[in-house]
Design a protein around this ligand. Structure first.
Ligand code: 3PG
Length: 208
């Protein structure tokens, strides 16, 4: 199954920066309870991979990706920790190679048409459009669709409950990503019900 088909099973992929391992499983449970069962745990905190392992153990059915992958070594770390996919904010030649030879697929980030062309040349068809809002939002992806109809995107960066449907209505968008479904204030307060509510709202706003 292509990465786009796998990730397209959910409308939203929560982008998580877990600071405390004790919060990892309750957070993942809250999101899954709300219908979001594919999560991206970013390498932005020192405990990210440990958090991923804990979720993996407690919730074997949930699909986990490692995000904020910046260099080839991160691909190995992600695969060894039990991630099913990896996400990078941009793409370099060495990362593109690592993504091809790693045991898990890479969703590389692109922001401009030239970067999309380069990613395409390097064999990637499923891409993260980042940072989606500042780079033109849904209008930018709409303009790109006829130029490179074989590319499909997961826009991330500035996506919200209010604008997510505009992205998901585009034929070249398979899902969106964002941190708004797991805001740090709710995580730190342990407001898991609040997070489930946000996840449910996102699923229903997606209308699919
Ligand atoms: C990401 O890494 O995908 C973004 O930082 C998430 O962007 P957001 O916080 O605007 O949702």
């Amino acid at each position: 199954m292509s990465l786009q088909k796998i990730l397209g099973q959910v409308p939203v992929i929560p982008v998580l920066a877990i600071r405390d391992t004790a919060q990892a499983v309750p957070l993942a449970r809250a999101l899954a309870e709300g219908g979001l069962t594919i999560l991206e745990v970013t390498l932005r905190t020192p405990v990210a991979l440990e958090a991923l392992r804990l979720i993996r153990e407690a919730m074997p059915d949930i699909m986990l990706g490692v995000g904020t992958v910046l260099q080839p070594e991160d691909m190995d770390r992600a695969a060894n920790a039990g991630a099913t996919f990896a996400v990078s904010p941009g793409l370099t030649k060495t990362l593109a190679d690592a993504g091809r030879y790693s045991g898990i697929p890479l969703l590389p980030g692109v922001a401009t048409v030239s970067e999309m062309m380069l990613a395409r040349e390097l064999g990637y068809r499923s891409l993260k459009f980042f940072p989606a809002g500042p780079m033109g939002g849904p209008a930018a992806l709409k303009a790109i669709a006829p130029v490179m109809p074989d590319l499909a995107f997961c826009p991330t960066g500035g996506v919200t409950a209010e604008n997510m449907a505009d992205y998901l209505a585009l034929p070249n968008v398979f899902c969106v990503g964002g941190s708004w479904v797991a805001p740090d204030t709710l995580v730190q307060a342990g407001d898991w019900k609040g997070i489930t509510t946000l996840a449910r709202k996102a699923v229903s706003a997606a209308g699919r």
